[in-house]
Design a protein around this ligand. Structure first.
Ligand code: UDP
Length: 238
């Protein structure tokens, strides 16, 4: 039995680079693709929002002297590249039908984002990859993940990162950092815990969309949380 039937999985673009500063790690792409296949085979309906930080972020462009809106648009285009890379890796492994839906229209490359179409794909057992965030500058793909999870009526928004949950302070810097098993949205927002940006968190709080934060780089973890194993940190209104 699966604890979560319909899942919105937010994968960071930055993670795709692995040990490198830029671009793609074959190992990470393959690990994500294998885990996605495991969830799919277990019978979950899976939609993915992928970030773009391994290629471009609006704030990098701004630091280089470009205007923010242009940089953000470049960041959104980076997420489309990542969506195609992930789709390609999943297809190479085989057995999982995928569709890329983009919030910035580019019909030669991917389907446009249409909510009902996305839901139909999920019902038909296709893994949907959402690209281009929310389609507007000044947002992040975390906000894209929050928005899409609510739109498709997901049971949970799963944020796959490179840490195993939410801590009271940075576990890479402080030995005495304590991990939360559970935390409320209000506490996360007031303590400014590093989960997602405030826009994404508020959207989830207002629409009662629970978030699980877990280490997606550990093979098998995606299936573990879908089955209800106690990994990571659960963020909710409780
Ligand atoms: N971005 C945007 N609007 C969105 C989603 C993303 O403008 O709805 C831009 C923004 O510049 C962001 C970049 O795309 O920094 C890449 O996305 P993100 O930083 O969320 O990627 P991740 O942190 O997951 O690698």
């Amino acid at each position: 039995m699966l604890k979560y039937k319909r899942i919105l999985l937010k994968l960071s673009g930055e993670a795709l680079a692995g040990d490198k500063e830029f671009g793609y790690s074959d190992e990470v792409l393959n690990s994500f693709a294998r885990q996605i296949k495991q969830i799919h085979e277990a019978g979950a309906e899976l939609a993915i929002v992928i970030g773009g930080g391994n290629i471009m972020r609006g704030k990098f462009a701004e630091e280089a002297g470009m205007d923010r809106s242009t940089g953000d648009t470049m960041g959104m285009l980076a997420t489309v590249m990542n969506a195609l890379a992930l789709q390609n890796t999943i297809e190479k492994i085989g057995g999982v039908p995928t569709r890329v839906l983009t919030a910035i229209n580019m019909p030669q490359v991917a389907e446009p984002y249409i909510r009902r179409r996305a839901i139909r794909h999920l019902e038909k057992g296709r893994v949907v990859i959402f690209a281009a965030g929310v389609g507007n500058p000044y947002f992040t793909t975390d906000s894209g993940g929050a928005l899409r999870s609510i739109e498709i009526n997901a049971d949970i928004l799963a944020k796959g990162t490179n840490v195993d949950g939410v801590y009271d302070k940075d576990p890479n810097k402080f030995d005495d950092a304590v991990k939360y098993e559970k935390v409320s949205f209000t506490e996360a927002l007031t303590k400014n815990l590093k989960i997602m940006d405030a826009t994404a968190l508020s959207l989830c709080r207002e629409n009662n969309m629970p978030i699980i934060v877990f280490n997606a780089l550990e093979d098998g973890n995606m299936l573990r949380f879908v089955k209800g194993e106690n990994i990571g940190t659960l963020v909710s209104n409780d």
